[in-house]
Design a protein around this ligand. Structure first.
Ligand code: KG4
Ligand code: ZN
Length: 347
């Protein structure tokens, strides 16, 4: 089955063709990063307008690269939640129009669930149930997954998503937007000292599977720029390139450690590797070098089947939408032409 996926939830306009829910025939992504960079973050109104311009070229590119035409498509899948509503609307309208014109089924897909499906693209079916970890710019959530689309939430961030904390930390350090990849790059430089500053690793209440990154973000701000009105009025060390590198490394250590701690707790909660043999991961922050390394080590020590998405499928893309959509279509699910754009996640 050939499914066209469409994704427009935030600042990437994407289209992809996926065959049999697994084989990625094409994945076109048009990034809006240049539009939003000067504002230091995504401006929703600008994102919506840019999607309108980029959506048809992205679909055309996806079809061309897959070597198919509209008539070959057997269904349309679209990320319809969560996201910026004005951005989601563009993809949803395009998907409905195509499904109606071509007379093929339409399926609305949850973007966060699709991030976990990214690690299944091009791979064999894992053993279920799985533990799911989504770490992105908008979400940081742990799930127990009975199947790719049957998820129950175990815990979630109570404030910032980890990607958002990365981007704000980068802005504190004077790095370009989006700062996650830049902090990662600096933190991995030879000589980077990840113990230069002792930043807090949030644990929350004993046994809690929730996460928190706002304290870490504020501690980095104070380490970089000093405590406003604090008793210790000594100016912080100058933000030299070496200091920025070390602060980036210290931030990365604390952020990744906070995630790994919760993952460990979550595995205890679900009854260990015996009960949950697979670890699904996804979202932009799964591109992070240290997190990938720590996840690989964690999985190896426990004999877990770790599904880390390929780098190109970590950040927002439409292949993950088409893949998950195809899975649900195969089980007989369909959306109507009254499908709505919904700002919040399903679970
Ligand atoms: O999944 P995604 O493309 O969009 C959302 O659904 O939110 O994730 C984007 C986020 C941004 O916050 C970006 O800074 C972060 O992923 N990110 C990274 C890395 N690459 C992207 N964070 C840390 N290290 C990276 N290498
Ligand atoms: Zn995303």
């Amino acid at each position: 089955m050939l499914v066209l996926g469409i994704e427009s939830s935030c600042d990437e306009t994407a289209a992809a063709v996926v065959e049999d829910a697994c084989r990625v025939r094409s994945s076109a992504v048009a990034s809006q990063v240049d539009i939003h960079a000067r504002f230091g973050g995504v401006v929703p109104e600008l994102a919506g307008r840019a999607h309108v311009e980029a959506i048809l070229p992205a679909i055309t590119r996806a079809l061309d690269e897959a070597g198919v035409t509209l008539d070959d498509l057997e269904a349309i899948a679209v990320g319809h939640r969560p996201g910026l509503v004005g951005a989601l609307l563009v993809g949803v309208a395009a998907a409905k129009s195509l499904a109606w014109t071509l007379g093929v089924p339409l399926i609305g897909v949850d973007h966060v669930q699709a991030h976990l499906y990214a690690g299944l693209l091009g791979r064999s079916e894992p053993r279920w149930p799985a533990l799911g970890l989504v770490v992105s710019g908008g979400h940081t959530t742990l799930y127990r997954c009975e199947a790719p689309h049957r998820l129950s939430r175990l815990g979630s961030t109570i404030d910032d998503a980890v990607g958002e904390a990365y981007d704000k930390a980068a802005s504190t350090l004077g790095l370009a937007y989006p700062g996650g990849p830049e902090i990662d790059r600096l933190a991995e430089l030879p000589g980077a000292d990840d113990r230069a500053v002792d930043l807090p690793i949030s644990r929350l209440a004993p046994g809690s599977l929730d996460l928190s990154f706002s304290g870490l973000k504020t501690s980095l701000l104070y380490a970089a720029r000093g405590v406003p009105g604090g008793r210790d009025r000594a100016a912080p060390p100058e933000l030299t390139p070496e200091r920025v590198r070390d602060l980036a490394a210290s931030f990365q250590r604390a952020a990744v450690k906070a995630i790994m701690l919760k993952l460990e707790r979550a595995f205890e909660h679900v009854g260990g590797t015996e009960a949950c043999p697979t670890l699904l991961t996804g979202g932009g922050v799964t591109a992070n070098t240290r997190l990938r390394r720590d996840l690989a080590e964690f999985a190896e020590q426990r004999g877990l089947d770790l599904r880390l998405p390929e780098l190109r499928f970590c950040v927002d893309n439409a292949a993950m939408i088409a893949g998950l959509g195809a899975r649900r279509l195969a089980e007989g699910e369909r959306s109507g032409l009254d499908l709505e754009a919904v700002p919040v996640a399903a679970c």
